[in-house]
Design a protein around this ligand. Structure first.
Ligand SMILES: *[C@@H]1O[C@H](CO)[C@@H](O)[C@H](O)[C@H]1NC(C)=O
Ligand SMILES: *[C@@H]1O[C@H](CO)[C@@H](O)[C@H](O)[C@H]1NC(C)=O
Ligand SMILES: *[C@@H]1O[C@H](CO)[C@@H](O)[C@H](O)[C@H]1NC(C)=O
Ligand SMILES: CC(=O)N[C@H]1CO[C@H](CO)[C@@H](O)[C@@H]1O
Length: 512
């Protein structure tokens, strides 16, 4: 463990692929640097391993019994009991076990794999997007010897910011702490608080730059890829209840910031906050779907990298041969739900499924994605909404239903959390337990949509995350891992509502 300073060189390597001129360039930042704490910089060439010397198995599909579906059958939901810890008496983050954290985040145990996480910048290629750099978080299944059980430190909040890639890390941290960025989640909230082992409410089990776990089965499987798109003015890591959870179940999950649409991101060493032309709504509608394609292309080229192609001993090896970029799902929240719908409409053959959370698809000025006018009515989709979502309002939440009803040629699902709102589909309770719009411990913070003028008491956010993750995981397992009759019970799970009808509306339109 070294005490590190922030005066570290900015980029270790900028690797361009000469074999394919259109392939995006992945710029690798030197991560795991913080101005205040001790960290270990990892050396992938020494830690990379394909070991089997652990008891977690490496199968693509763990069996039925290994997928915990949570306890959510009916009646327990109708009580007002909460599974959230009392923040004033809960143990400090440092003292919580991995399982305690997982339960506190999603109400579900962590999946069979420890989770690694890394930050890269994926740039556009020769497709007119050369200037579009995307700071991207990638969560992935890691080998057990890099897990928490071996006392590897979990990722601190500031590590996600990628401050070490900033030209001026001190200034970048100052901007991150401003009232529009991290301070915008709760008055007075700072990065330092989220980093503090005594005070932090930020929960994660992800290990920075842990060694990726390769699949050890005989069927030639690689991990399927999931791309996540954040909401407007949001931030790529504020959805870790979903992104980290999916990685623990055997997926590579990549989430970029959309520059101009994200509240904060760092590209080529410079902090970008909203403003200017790239933040015009119409421009964001154009940029965001292309960002998603850029990420898929970027990961596709990196997963084909050969460890001996050049002298760099970095992330090019991390994902080598581990990702199936022909088996991709797209998912996103709010404007990210619009983005997901638009990407599905591009009919990219690599994309096999989509999950849209409180999607703003009908707020778009350019397309009517929720109507029958869209191109693609066949890619399997799951639509999730909070009934009380006052950001979408009646008109736009209803268009999410229309999308499902108009999806004539493929499987579609609707999941609606009755006492949920717009922010139900985020991890914002980790910033602020009284965030509002679906996250609150009392009614006073949540305005009702179904009863205008009134307030509602949202379902405990941990329970909401459990519901979202149970259905979301089953859906992804069915459509991304369900090949060759491979089934872990997800198909059956998807057929019915497993929660009280008082709390959850669920509709499955399965075509075959
Ligand atoms: C990483 O490990 C390899 C193999 O042991 C070694 O040759 C190389 O110098 C190390 N690189 C760094 C940056 O420590
Ligand atoms: C949390 O714990 C504190 C201290 O014991 C107590 O005063 C408070 O009422 C508790 N809050 C809830 C919501 O239970
Ligand atoms: C919809 O997109 C999928 C890829 O996600 C593609 O296989 C399918 O052909 C598309 N549907 C239409 C009607 O083009
Ligand atoms: C998901 C959804 O449609 N939720 C509410 C949105 O508004 C309609 C009325 O237009 C309500 O019936 C829905 O419950």
């Amino acid at each position: 463990m070294n005490k590190r300073t922030a005066s570290i060189s900015i980029f270790l390597a900028a690797l361009s692929r000469s074999s394919t001129t259109t392939a995006p360039v992945v710029v690798l930042g030197f991560r795991s640097i913080s101005t205040t704490s001790s960290t270990t910089a990892r050396n992938f060439s020494t830690t990379r391993s394909t070991t089997t010397n652990n008891n977690l198995g490496g199968s693509y599909f763990v069996g039925n019994n290994n997928i915990p579906r949570g306890g959510g059958l009916g009646s327990s939901l109708s009580s007002s009991s909460t599974t959230s810890l009392n923040m004033s008496t809960k143990p400090t983050v440092e003292k919580m076990t991995r399982e305690e954290k997982a339960l506190q985040i999603t109400g579900l145990p962590i999946g069979p794999y420890p989770v690694g996480v890394t930050t890269v910048q994926i740039d556009g290629g020769e497709d007119g997007r050369k200037d579009r750099g995307l700071q991207t978080e990638i969560w992935y299944p890691a080998v057990a010897d890099d897990s928490l059980d071996n006392n590897k430190p979990v990722t601190k909040f500031s590590d996600y910011l990628g401050l070490d890639t900033a030209l001026d890390p001190t200034e970048a941290l100052k901007i991150a702490n401003s009232p529009n960025v991290i301070g915008g989640y709760r008055d007075g909230l700072t990065v330092e608080e989220l980093d503090s082992v005594e005070e932090s409410t930020w929960l994660t089990n992800a290990i920075r730059d842990a060694t990726i776990r390769e699949i050890i089965d005989n069927n030639g499987h690689k991990w399927p890829l999931i791309i996540f798109s954040h909401g407007s003015g949001a931030y790529r890591i504020s959805y870790s209840f979903w992104t980290e959870f999916l990685a623990s179940h055997g997926y590579i999950v990549a989430a970029c910031d959309h520059p101009g649409s994200a509240r904060y991101t760092i590209v080529n060493g410079k902090v970008i906050t909203p403003g200017g032309k790239r933040s015009d709504r119409l421009q964001m509608e154009i940029d965001r779907p292309l960002d998603i394609i850029q990420i898929i292309n970027g990961i596709e080229s990196s997963s084909k990298w050969n460890s001996n192609s050049n002298g760099n001993d970095n992330d090019e090896k991390l994902f080598k041969n581990c990702i199936d970029t022909n088996n991709v799902a797209v998912t996103g929240m709010s404007f990210g739900g619009y983005t997901t719908a638009e990407v599905i409409d591009l009919c990219d053959k690599r994309i096999k499924a989509g999950i849209m959370m409180c999607s703003s698809m009908s707020m778009s000025g350019t397309k009517k994605l929720h109507t029958t006018e869209r191109n693609n009515k066949s890619t399997p989709v799951m639509i999730m909404i909070g009934t009380e979502d006052t950001v979408l309002g009646d008109k736009h939440n209803n268009s999410n239903r229309q999308y499902v009803n108009n999806h004539k040629d493929g499987d579609s699902y609707l999941l609606e959390i009755k006492r949920g709102g717009h922010v139900s589909f985020t991890s914002c309770e980790m910033y602020n337990t009284e965030y509002g719009n679906g996250i609150a411990t009392s009614a006073t913070k949540c305005k009702s949509l179904s009863k205008p003028g009134e307030e509602y008491n949202p379902l405990d956010i941990v329970k909401q995350h459990e519901i979202i993750n149970n259905y979301g995981l089953a859906f992804l397992n069915k459509y991304l891992k369900g090949d060759n009759g491979n089934d872990d019970g997800s198909s059956e799970y998807l057929q019915t509502n497993h929660y009280s009808d008082d709390e959850v509306v669920y509709q499955a339109n399965i075509k075959q």
